[in-house]
Design a protein around this ligand. Structure first.
Ligand code: HEC
Ligand code: HEC
Length: 297
């Protein structure tokens, strides 16, 4: 009988059979692995594709719904609505707000909920509520798309300099040197109450009041809650340390309480760090105020 041409497929040795099956399994595993490796870039490409479409949809949504207030290119309209295509928005806004999520999340949240309650806003217009979830016209994916579109301005926004950036500062937003051009802040700093704090306020905020009574005199009967009473300090201060007048003594008592301990009081109780917590000007005004015999009660 003539052997068929494929007779080499008839394997008699079980060892060879075993080897062949192992090879077959290894080939199968390799194919699966290879597909897995090839899948990753394909998925990435697919995601980029989706993002691209999302941004495209977002662009249309933006043009139809947002550009009337935020400007066609996101540069805001003075007094109407803030710029979004701004370096400030991309680099500093979240930090100023203390928002810890991503900028895209922030945009999506703001768009979804709007700012319907901001009555005393500095802006002429109110940011409407957009998401159906809150009674607006958009589906969730539309909110996402427009957020993606806004965030897509990042590259352009980061090229803005202080001169070109359209950002109008939010009232009460803190400011920093986001343009990195040598300490020049981007916006007018918000006027925070700087300047020296008044002595009445310091006496309370520095906790002096917890240990000193201003209205009772310090004598054998009235020793004070923890530290000496102060109603007669203007008479006694100059007698404490030889060579120190009342002003100098009280000043030193505040900035360096350890230098001298009033007789029969415990040393080391009065905090020693007031010089770091008050400016020299404030300390001086506190000294004058404490020593003023006609201090208003
Ligand atoms: C009727 C005018 C108006 C329309 C339309 C409008 N906005 Fe606004 N938007 C505002 C105003 C005003 C603010 C500032 C609100 C505030 O804080 O008082 C704002 C704030 C924002 C903020 C937050 C900015 C920041 O720095 O905190 C984002 C993001 C935003 N809008 C995106 C959009 C998007 C996207 C659309 C379109 C879906 C849109 N807005 C439509 C007026 C508008
Ligand atoms: C935790 C308690 C405590 C606080 C807070 C404190 N002191 Fe005193 N202070 C003392 C004690 C105790 C003495 C007396 C011992 C000494 O001389 O160090 C004293 C002494 C003084 C004296 C000297 C009084 C005298 O009769 O000679 C002055 C002045 C004074 N404190 C001012 C202040 C001022 C101003 C503040 C707030 C900025 C302050 N102290 C906060 C406990 C305190």
């Amino acid at each position: 009988m003539k052997r068929p041409w494929y007779r080499f497929l008839y394997v008699r040795s079980s060892l060879v059979k075993l080897l062949l099956s192992i090879i077959a399994i290894m080939v199968a595993v390799a194919v699966v692995l290879f597909q897995g490796i090839a899948e990753e870039p394909r998925m990435l490409a697919q995601t980029a594709n989706w993002d691209g479409r999302s941004i495209q949809n977002g662009a249309a949504i933006y043009a139809n719904n947002c550009s009337s207030c935020h400007g066609p290119d996101g540069r805001g309209l003075p007094g109407v609505a803030p710029a979004l295509n701004s370096r400030y928005f991309f680099t500093q806004r979240l930090a100023d707000l203390g928002f810890t999520g991503s900028l895209e999340d922030y945009v999506a949240l703001t768009v979804a909920a709007g700012r319907p309650n901001n009555r005393n806003s500095q802006w002429a217009q109110m940011m409407p509520t957009w998401s159906a979830e809150y009674g607006g016209p958009f589906r969730g994916d539309q909110v996402r798309d427009v957020a993606k579109f806004v965030v897509n301005w990042e590259e352009e926004a980061l090229t803005q300099t202080q001169e070109t950036d359209p950002w109008q500062p939010f009232e009460n937003a803190p400011t920093v040197d986001i343009y990195g051009d040598g300490g020049v802040v981007a916006m007018e700093p918000t006027p925070v109450a700087t300047g020296p704090r008044p002595p009445q306020e310091l006496f309370v905020s520095m906790t002096c009041v917890a240990c000193h009574n201003l209205n009772l005199p310090q004598d054998a009967q009235n020793r004070g809650p923890v530290g000496p009473n102060m109603a007669n300090l203007h008479e006694t201060a100059a007698t404490r340390v030889p060579g120190e007048d009342a002003q100098t003594y009280v000043h030193n008592s505040i900035v360096n309480p350890g230098a001298y301990t009033v007789e029969s009081y415990t040393p080391g109780i009065m905090p020693a760090d007031f010089a770091q917590k008050m400016s020299e000007e404030e300390i001086q005004s506190l000294v004058d105020w404490i020593l003023d015999p006609n201090r208003p009660q």
